[in-house]
Structures are given as structure tokens and as C-alpha cells.
Design a protein around this ligand. Structure first.
Ligand SMILES: Nc1nc2c(ncn2[C@@H]2O[C@H](COP(=O)(O)OP(=O)(O)O)[C@@H](O)[C@H]2O)c(=O)[nH]1
Ligand SMILES: [Mg+2]
Length: 660
């Protein structure tokens, strides 16, 4: 018995996404054929396709050392390798955060390791990821699971250094021996060899866009604030792993408070607790009921201690699940209870992810398609008018043609004026938009960051951090309020331009494209809360660690910068496209009028070919109709929901203790 249901759901999601990619590619072809293609649109389509192809669903495994996080990953994702793929056997624990994914741009399987010494530099892990040279690169041989497993064993590697060196790397503040006395600088200690690991290989799950983040215990989480400030918030789901044999310890609680509470605040779903190693409670001398009862009791206690709903706590055995799946022992797999956790994960994450893709990518593409469709419809209407004009022409005298010529010329003048007034509106809008851009400029953020840095006066301490963060977030929130006001002004202008256009052109029904920065304001607020939570929890329990504080500040700035970058991009995008629907309509109409005028002139010279002209116009109208038909089909595809699959097959999460 394998985890078919989980696989099928992930696969269904991957299929839905690739259908989406197909429809968007068709749209680009359609734009080329209809001649409606414009470079800005093509660029947007290209970017959208890139985003979709690189889009990932990240599942993070968080918990103290040795709770079985890596064993869980092996059991859930890699049992078909018929072995322990990632090192999770006794005495070999993950020493650095590890990401597993499929890199569509680099299909050659690899493992990249960032040396621990890179902590000396100011660059964040995210920044290091942009530059492959800083990483140790290992080619993976996916035809041989044993060779892969041996490469992966690198993530457990440690090295021996002098205590002073470990302190310099910010890995320890004060190093004590087993008796609690401080070690002298020259004493030797063990530290992780690597700071971060990236593993890329074409596993079916990973190929569908799933990514896994495996983390080491409390120390690393505390030492690398980027994990909490940047990486965890970006994950769709987090699995907090506890062990039944240890119960909820103090350091488990520390991790929960510092790293997962904010995750829970920002994610409606997607946080589950795995109470692992329930096999340690299996006892041949106890009845099944007694065992179930003790497991149930521990789940209830855990849910109370953490303050999370009992149905989100899953009593599982990663180890028995892995063995069961490797050896096809159905009884053991069932007893491991992994499937119920997997089901809840896929039932929650995938629809949620679908919604995100829908709200962002699909909304944009849908808008572009609708816009092109309306241009095409206005072409079609103009064509119909031309057909009417010419149909009524045969047998009419010269005067009639003259009158029509006059009328068309008048219509043309009106459209000319429209185009001119649109052009001047465009300039006014561009002024307003520039004002918005100045407010959200990245350079302005950078100088706010510097101000905050200065306000800390080089004191990388708890208090320094507190005032630095306050300075920074106050400045950012002032900018955001200013930007919101400017956006409101700009939106008002856009609405009035559309209204005027609509009044002058009765058959136009395009809706104004407005901009909003609300989601960015929310994200800044979430970042502030995450940072506050991290700051207060870390410093209430840890001594002053200037190193960690520096790293914390860097992570914070890096997330804020990313947000600003995206905001600027969206604002640019909008600025370019806010009036496009109107401009395109005017262009299409002008073209058809010119065409009609030419035809009328020719008809004035010779009336023989009027029937031919009408039949040509009808043919052209048919082609336009076919284009409308095609775009309607694409619209249906992108708006259809992810196919119903096994997702509703929910399993109960109570457990049956079937002993092996
Ligand atoms: N009995 C038992 N041991 C487990 C289970 N899962 C993991 N372990 C053991 O716990 C130790 C730590 O596992 P590992 O996955 O490396 O923990 P991590 O540090 O949280 O990633 C290893 O010796 C595993 O064999 C389980 O479900 N039952
Ligand atoms: Mg591990």
C-alpha cells in the first residue's frame, strides 16, 4: 500500500497547471493570428508563463532535533526508492536546512551546499541562491538510490573548530560544557559543515511543483532568522513534528512559539502537528484499546498544550510507515496512520494553492483575454456596419455615395478627436503615476533602512533592534499610507477617463482598470508582526546575540525589499496597461473607418464590384467570429476549476493500533 491518494491529488494539481500553461500559450498564438499582439501583452504573457512554470508548493517540516522530521519526509515522499533516501537513521541528524525541489531551468540533478563560513558575510541565503559559485556542487546519479543516499549524507556533516571560531560564526554566544561551565576559546567544538542545502532532482512529486523544506532543530532555527522571517512564511504548509517518547518538551514549546505561531496567524490552513514515534507506545503486553487510549490521551494533551484543535494533531509513526511502504506491509502502513495526515495536507493545501493561482495569475490572464475579446467585438461591429453600408449601395446614385463618404469622414474626425483626448489623458495619468512611483521607490526604502540602521547606532542589541525596527516600520507605514492616498487619486482619474470615453462611444463597455495596494499593506503588517514575535520571543529567552540580531535585520530588510520590488512591478504594469483597452478600441475603430472610406471611394469610381466587396466583408466578419469563438474556448479553459478527484475522500484521523 502506497500513498496513492496523495500522489493523485498532487498529480491532478500538476495537470491543471499544465492545462493552464497550454491555454495561455494558445492565447499568445491567437494574438499573433488576430494581429492583436502588442509587445507589452506578449511580455506579460511570457512573465506569467515563467511564474507558472516556476511556481512551487512548499511543505516545511519544523521541530526539535531527532523528532523524526527527516524520517517523515522519507516515508511520505521517497518510499518508492525502497530505502531511507535522506539520512534519518539513529545518530545522524540533519545539520542544515535542506530544500528539495525540481528546478525546471536546471534539469540535471544536483545537490548544492553552502559552506557554514558564508555566515560571516552579510548576504542572506536567498541572495546566495542567486549565485551558484558560492555553493559546493555535487552531481546526483538518480539511477542509483544508494549513490544518491550517500551524496545526501553530506547534510549531516559536521566539523571540529575552536570555540572562538564557532563564536565568530555566530553559532554560539557562550559555549558551555556538559557541566555548564564556559569553554575556553581554544577548546574544540563541533559545528555544522554546511549552512544550507539545495537538492534538485526529477522526482514525480517534485516535478509537479512540490518543494520540501527540512529544518534542523532549535539552534539552527534561532541562528538563521531568515528561516522564520522569510522561508517559513512562504511555505504553504508546515508540519510541526513532536515525538511521543519525549512528549512536548521545553525546547519543542520554544520552537512552537517562535517559529510556528506566526505561521498559523498568516495561514488559514496548512499547519498540522505530527505526534511521531507512536510505535514507541505499542506494547505487546497491552490491549489494543489500552494503547489507542494512551495515544489518544497524548494527542489531546498535545492539542491542549499547543492550543490547537485536536483534529490537527496526527499520531503517526514515520519509521513504521517507511518500513511498511518499503516492504509492502499494508498492516504496518495502516498502523503508521500516515495516510490520514497526508490526506488532510493535500485536501487543504492544493485547493488553497489553486485559489492563489486563480487570484493572481488567472485574474490577470482573464482580464487580458476579455480585453482582446472586446477589441475583436468592436472590430466585428464596425465590420457589420460596413456590410450594411455597402449592401444598401447597389443601384444607388453618385449622391448617395457622396453622402456616405461625408458621414464616414465625420465619424473619422470624431474618432480622431477621441484619440487625441485619450493621448492627453494618458499624459496626465502618467504624471499621477510617477508621483506614486516616487513614493514606493526602492531607493527611498533603502534610505529608510539606512536611517533605521543609524538609529541603532551600531548597537546590535535587543534595545537597538527594538528602536531600529520601530524606525523602519514607522517609515514604511508612512510611505504606504501616502501611496494609498496617491493610488486613490490616480484611480479617480482613471475612472473619469473611462466615463468620458463611455459617454462618447455608446457601444463601448470596458471597465476601468484600477490599482490597489491593500494587499501590500497587509503583507507589511504581517511582516511586522512576524518580526515582533520573533524579536520578543528570542530575546526573552536568549542572551544578547549581536550576530543573530544582524542576521535578523538582514532577513527583515530582504523580505521588505522583495515586497517593494513586487509592488513596483505591479504598479509599473498597471501604469502601462490602465488605458490600453480604450486605446486599442480607438485604434481598431479607426482602422475599420479608414478601410470603409477607401472602399466607398472605389465604389464611387466603379459600382460593378459592390457585390464582391460585400461578400469579402462577410468573409472577414466570419473570420472575426471564429476568433471570438476561439477566445471563448480559452476563457472557459482558464476559468474551469481543478478537476474533481480523490480530494473528497477524507479519512478519519483516529488510529488503530495494529502491531507489526
Ligand atoms: N521509533 C521510532 N523512531 C523514529 C521514528 N521516526 C524517526 N525515528 C528515529 O528518530 C531519530 C531521528 O530521526 P530523524 O528523522 O533524523 O529526526 P530529525 O532530526 O527530526 O530529522 C532516528 O534515529 C530515527 O530512526 C518513528 O516513527 N519511530
Ligand atoms: Mg532531520
Amino acid at each position: 500500500m502506497t500513498n496513492d491518494n496523495f500522489f493523485e491529488n498532487i498529480h491532478a494539481y500538476g495537470k491543471w497547471k499544465s492545462d493552464l500553461v497550454g491555454a495561455i500559450e494558445d492565447f499568445q498564438d491567437w494574438l499573433d493570428t488576430t494581429g492583436l499582439d502588442e509587445s507589452e501583452q506578449s511580455l506579460k504573457i511570457y512573465e506569467t508563463l515563467q511564474i507558472l512554470k516556476h511556481d512551487r508548493i512548499t511543505l516545511a517540516f519544523v521541530g526539535e532535533f531527532s523528532r523524526g522530521k527527516t524520517e517523515l519526509i522519507n516515508a511520505i515522499f521517497f518510499s518508492q526508492f525502497k530505502r531511507r533516501l535522506l539520512p534519518s537513521e539513529a545518530g545522524r541528524t540533519t545539520m542544515c536546512p535542506t530544500e528539495l525541489f525540481y528546478d525546471v531551468d536546471e534539469p540535471k540533478p544536483y545537490m548544492r551546499l553552502l559552506p557554514i563560513e558564508s555566515r560571516m558575510e552579510d548576504a542572506s541565503v536567498t541572495e546566495h541562491k542567486q549565485n551558484a559559485v558560492n555553493w559546493t556542487h555535487i552531481q546526483l546519479d538518480i539511477s542509483s538510490p544508494s549513490s544518491m543516499a550517500s551524496s545526501f549524507s553530506q547534510i549531516t556533516n559536521t566539523k571540529k573548530v575552536k570555540a572562538i571560531e564557532a563564536k565568530r560564526l555566530g553559532l554560539y554566544d557562550i559555549i558551555t560544557d556538559n557541566n555548564g561551565s564556559e569553554l575556553s576559546d581554544n577548546e574544540v567544538v563541533e559545528i555544522p559543515m554546511w549552512r544550507h542545502a539545495l537538492i534538485n532532482f526529477p522526482h514525480p512529486f517534485l516535478e509537479q511543483g512540490l518543494a520540501i523544506l527540512d529544518t534542523p532543530g532549535l539552534n539552527s532555527l534561532g541562528n538563521e532568522p531568515e528561516l522564520t522571517i522569510n522561508m517559513l512564511p512562504n511555505a504553504q504548509a508546515a508540519i510541526f513534528v513532536l515525538a511521543a517518547d519525549t512528549g512536548v518538551t521545553r525546547s519543542d514549546m520554544d520552537i512552537w512559539r517562535r517559529h510556528l505561531k506566526s505561521f498559523r496567524r498568516n495561514h488559514n490552513n496548512g499547519l498540522v502537528v505530527a505526534l511521531n514515534k507512536i510505535d514507541t507506545l505499542w506494547d505487546d503486553l497491552k490491549s489494543e484499546d489500552e494503547i489507542n487510549e494512551s495515544i489518544q490521551r497524548q494527542c489531546t494533551e498535545t492539542s491542549k498544550t499547543l492550543g490547537i484543535a485536536a483534529k490537527r494533531v496526527f499520531a503517526v509513526s514515520a519509521q513504521k510507515g517507511l518500513i511498511g511502504r518499503v516492504k509492502n506491509n499494508e498492516k504496518l502502513v495502516k498502523a503508521s496512520n500516515l495516510a490520514s495526515m497526508e490526506n488532510v495536507l493535500s485536501n487543504e493545501i492544493l485547493p488553497q494553492k489553486e485559489q492563489i493561482v486563480r487570484n493572481t495569475i488567472i485574474t490577470d490572464i482573464n482580464e487580458m483575454m476579455q480585453e482582446s475579446k472586446s477589441v475583436l467585438l468592436s472590430q466585428f461591429n464596425a465590420k457589420k456596419k460596413s456590410i450594411e453600408t455597402f449592401s444598401g449601395l447597389s443601384g444607388k446614385n453618385e449622391d448617395v455615395i457622396q453622402v456616405l463618404l461625408e458621414k464616414t469622414r465625420e465619424e473619422q474626425t470624431v474618432y480622431h478627436r477621441n484619440a487625441e483626448s485619450l493621448q492627453s489623458s494618458r499624459q496626465i495619468l502618467s504624471g499621477q503615476h510617477n508621483r506614486l512611483k516616487t513614493i514606493i521607490d526602492l531607493d527611498r526604502l533603502d534610505s529608510q533602512v539606512n536611517e533605521a540602521r543609524n538609529s541603532m547606532k551600531g548597537s546590535w542589541t535587543t534595545n537597538g533592534m527594538k528602536s531600529g525596527m520601530k524606525t523602519l516600520f514607522d517609515a514604511i507605514s508612512r510611505s504606504m499610507n501616502e501611496a494609498a492616498k496617491q493610488t486613490e487619486l490616480t484611480n479617480r482619474l482613471v475612472k473619469s477617463i473611462y466615463n468620458r470615453f463611455q459617454n462618447e462611444n455608446e457601444d463601448s463597455d470596458v471597465k476601468p482598470k484600477l490599482f490597489s495596494i491593500t494587499s501590500y499593506q497587509h503583507e507589511i503588517e504581517a511582516l511586522y508582526q512576524d518580526a515582533e514575535e520573533y524579536r520578543t520571543s528570542v530575546y526573552s529567552t536568549m542572551t544578547e546575540q549581536s550576530f543573530v540580531i544582524k542576521k535578523f535585520f538582514i532577513s527583515l530588510v530582504s523580505r521588505a525589499r522583495n515586497l517593494y520590488y513586487q509592488l513596483n512591478k505591479d504598479a509599473d504594469d498597471w501604469g502601462k496597461r490602465a488605458l490600453t483597452p480604450l486605446i486599442r478600441q480607438v485604434k481598431a475603430h479607426k482602422k475599420e473607418l479608414k478601410h470603409r472610406l477607401d472602399q466607398l471611394k472605389k465604389a464611387g469610381q466603379s459600382r460593378d464590384t459592390i457585390t464582391d466587396r460585400v461578400s469579402n466583408l462577410k468573409k472577414e466578419a466570419k473570420v472575426l467570429q471564429k476568433h471570438v469563438f476561439d477566445i471563448n474556448k480559452m476563457l472557459t479553459t482558464i476559468n474551469s476549476p481543478m478537476p474533481a478527484n480523490t480530494m473528497n475522500k477524507q479519512m478519519p484521523n483516529n488510529v488503530t493500533a495494529i502491531r507489526a
